[in-house]
Design a binder for this molecule. Structure first.
Ligand SMILES: Cc1ncc(COP(=O)(O)O)c(C=O)c1O
Length: 394
């Protein structure tokens, strides 16, 4: 297929719901991607947070290949080996409880909404979420999302969702009433601009939820599976959530979603009350098992911590050199935001031309989330490109 024909097919046959960059990728390996013309790109935003192990990690590939040759799919009305192993492993790395498998982050959050509603027994149903949060595009997840621009045009949204200022415990406290059943948050708001929840706030929130018998749900769709240099971000905060949602990086590039529910709430959803045809199929579960085992075997959490510190050091040097352009660097592990005094799109586009893929969110925040197995050399290369681009800005 010729390049133009591919673009034409997208134009003619696919809904135009994405802002797209005109590039066709054909191959990926580790932190690198190659386009159809053979140009090589350093990917510092692999798969929007999906590519924690980079592209096509050999362990993930061989697990998937092996599974595909044995059994591609089996529905949830039967048993298979990979789901049994994966569920046990997720619980081993998180907290005592049970999991529900689905296919995406939004779906995992929808499951959490339904679980909360069961918990509320028809009397309590309001869920509190935060300004600048992002929880997905389905109607329930959209109602949780604290950004009007995503909701506009899709009203009326489902009822029972209240949005409040992030990191403001008094504001949460004021909103709690006899209908409130849960609070959901991202511990680092990714799409919202890489905003970190303060530790004190999270500790207070945990107490507030306990006091008012509310579920504390953490959305770790973006922060989970090593992104913040702990297996799950809540582990930085000395709390245990009641519910955790996962997706993105969990299966090394295959579509997966997962809701992890603490033991005492794990009987709320009964047989027939929630389901997903594809959720937790053999191939995705084998991919996810390979991801979790690789993170452990290759000691990628410690590596991510070390690489994150190095990246921060380099970014701070850039900030000091270009204080008129860079306002703030913030993040944790390998999830970093560079807040600018100006719009970031031009920088993203120039980096792309120079062979570096990064992202910009909230107009002014460059978002960098390299693979957990990124190297010093790759960080140096990315920083060099970024500096060249920033230096040339007019
Ligand atoms: C924190 C968070 N929650 C939920 C979602 C939605 O995930 P998905 O696109 O897999 O539905 C995203 C996607 O970016 C996310 O970052």
């Amino acid at each position: 297929m010729k390049k133009q024909e591919i673009f034409d097919n997208y134009d003619n046959y696919i809904l135009h719901t994405y802002i797209k960059t005109k590039v066709i990728f054909v191959k990926g390996k580790g932190s690198y991607l190659w386009d159809i013309e053979g140009k090589k790109y350093l990917d510092f935003f692999p798969g929007w947070g999906v590519g924690s192990l980079g592209h096509c990690h050999p362990k993930v590939m061989s697990a998937i290949k092996d599974q595909v040759s044995k059994l591609i799919f089996i529905p949830n009305s039967y048993y298979h080996i990979a789901q049994a192993k994966l569920a046990k492993e997720i619980i081993y790395y998180s907290f005592k409880g049970k999991v529900f498998f689905c296919n995406s982050g939004a779906e995992a959050n929808e499951a959490a909404i339904k679980l909360a509603r069961k918990f509320g027994e028809g009397k309590r149903y309001e869920i509190i979420s935060f300004e600048n949060s992002f929880h997905g595009r389905t109607l329930g997840a959209l109602a949780l999302t604290g950004q009007e621009r995503y909701q506009r045009g899709f009203e009326p949204l489902p009822e029972g969702f209240r949005i409040v200022k992030f990191n403001d415990i008094e504001a949460v406290s004021r909103l709690i009433n006899e209908k409130t059943v849960a609070v959901i948050l991202e511990l680092v708001q990714g799409e919202g601009g890489v905003n970190l929840a303060k530790k004190e706030f999270v500790l207070e929130l945990r107490k507030l939820c306990d006091k008012n018998n509310l579920l504390l749900i953490v959305d770790e769709v973006q922060t989970g599976v090593g992104r913040t240099a702990k297996m799950f971000c809540y582990q930085h905060y000395d709390i245990i959530p009641d519910v955790m949602t996962l997706a993105k990086a969990l299966a090394g590039g295959l579509p997966i979603g997962c809701m992890v529910v603490r033991d005492k709430f794990s009987d709320l959803l009964k047989e027939g009350e929630h389901a997903s045809t594809f959720g937790g199929g053999p191939v995705v579960c084998r991919g996810a098992l390979a991801v979790l085992r690789t993170i452990q075997k290759e000691k990628l959490l410690a590596h991510a911590q070390k690489m994150g510190e190095y990246l921060l050091l380099k970014l701070n040097i850039l900030k000091n050199k270009y204080p008129q352009i860079i306002k703030e660097i913030r993040g944790i592990g390998l999830m970093w935001g560079i807040e600018l005094y100006r719009e970031g799109i031009q920088i993203v586009e120039r980096c792309f031309k120079e062979g570096l893929l990064i992202n910009c969110t909230h107009q002014k925040v460059l978002r960098i989330m390299p693979a957990l197995n990124v190297t010093y050399k790759e960080i140096d290369k990315a920083i060099n490109i970024l500096e060249r681009v920033i230096k040339d800005l007019r």
